[in-house]
Design a protein. Structure first.
Ligand code: ACO
Length: 342
């Protein structure tokens, strides 16, 4: 018995009860910011941003709109599609690096906005890998039969943490939210395998250094933009990102016992079109099997895969029963992948 549990753990999929993504939802703010708008703010060009990143436009939240508001809008859609009342929820996980505040958690704020009176709620910070981490955590609560209905949300208002004088970051990041309802499955839909990882030694590559216990807010930290996203070397992150996403995805495919040919669609974290293309090349993925929407939304961190999954589903690109792959990397540095029979 012990051996069997260990074997299943090793597979990264306990699988006693199958767990599925029952529904998806997404919300992006109305305001569209183009590369041409950015040309007026920092020394950059549409040509540079397009060729180096693939981004053409991104969405920016209104001043009075915060991460929990975006999360709430996406959650409402996912709940409606799952035909669930917020009171049916047992667990809410909000993946974000741009919480409304340190505490209460954005999960608690969303729980209150939804009126999900029977749910436990927490935030989790795995940066751009956040949606995959949330999916795995929800899966593992459900397969032990602890909970029945979980709501996972990736939501970001990264514009609130942007130094609008720093052209190396402000052209990349943006706002948005995606949500999924996770429930037990009686059919073939399930999380087949996953892989998660971290290398904290690269923590300083991407960070918001001030505002925490290590560097509390002072006039100097504000003046030096240390409450904003700092990126040490875009180039270094680029290389690590491609390698880690490739490795983690290959591990998940192996755990699931599948090959690229079995996969209908891969949804990678949308950080940079060149990163996505390099990944596709390494994995020998035909272009039509890789979902890309970075040109519309930029890098929305934990929301990126959640929004893309919702779009791919609502556009009819993925159907029930299809095998899809998710893979991400992000600040931390974190990475993760999942293979799902949708
Ligand atoms: N406009 C114009 N020029 C720019 C801009 C800009 N917005 N930003 C940088 N440059 C300049 C640089 O100053 C540099 O000039 P120099 O050669 O005179 O020194 C030149 O462009 C080239 O810079 P590189 O950094 O070498 O450009 P690169 O081709 O690597 O592209 C980029 C930079 C887009 C940041 C890329 O490295 C990348 O996407 N890396 C991954 C970053 C990432 O995904 N971060 C988020 C991780 S997810 C998360 O956790 C939130």
């Amino acid at each position: 018995m012990r051996r069997k549990v260990d074997d299943l753990r090793e597979r990264g999929s306990m699988g006693t009860t199958n767990v599925m993504i029952k529904s998806t939802g997404a919300y992006v703010p109305e305001k569209v910011m183009t590369n041409f708008d950015l040309e007026k703010i920092v020394e950059t060009s549409d040509e540079w941003i397009t060729t180096r990143t693939g981004i053409k436009t991104r969405r920016i939240a209104a001043e009075n709109q915060t991460t929990s508001d975006l999360a709430y809008e996406a959650a409402k859609i996912a709940l409606e599609r799952a035909e669930l009342h917020p009171r049916d929820l047992d667990l809410i996980l909000v993946a974000t690096v741009s919480p409304d505040m340190f505490f209460p958690s954005t999960g608690c704020v969303v729980q209150n906005k939804l009126g999900a009176t029977n749910a436990a709620a927490i935030d989790l910070n795995a940066a751009c890998s956040g949606y995959i981490y949330a999916l795995v955590i929800a899966n593992n609560f459900l397969i032990t039969n602890s909970y029945k209905n979980a709501l996972i949300i990736g939501s970001e208002k990264l514009s609130a943490f942007m130094n609008w004088e720093d052209r190396s970051t402000c052209v990349l990041f943006a706002d948005g939210a995606g949500a999924s309802v996770i429930t037990p499955s009686s059919g073939e839909s399930k999380l087949l395998a996953y892989d998660l990882g971290v290398d904290g030694s690269f923590g300083d590559q991407l960070s918001v250094p001030a505002g925490g216990a290590r560097m509390p807010a002072t006039e100097e930290t504000v003046r030096n933009h240390l409450h904003c996203i700092q990126m040490k070397s875009g180039n270094a992150i680029f290389k690590i990102a491609v390698n880690r996403m490739k490795e983690t995805f290959t591990k998940s495919m192996k755990k699931a016992g599948i090959t690229i040919d079995d996969i209908s669609l891969v949804i990678p974290h949308q950080a940079n079109l060149r990163i996505i293309e390099s990944l596709g090349k390494y994995l020998k993925l035909p272009k039509e099997k890789v979902y890309v929407n970075i040109h519309k939304y930029g890098n929305t961190s934990a929301a990126s895969i959640a929004i893309a999954l919702d779009e791919a589903h609502t556009e009819g690109i993925i159907k029930r029963g299809d095998i899809i792959g998710l893979t991400a990397f992000g600040g931390g540095l974190t990475w993760g992948s999942a293979i799902i029979r949708f």
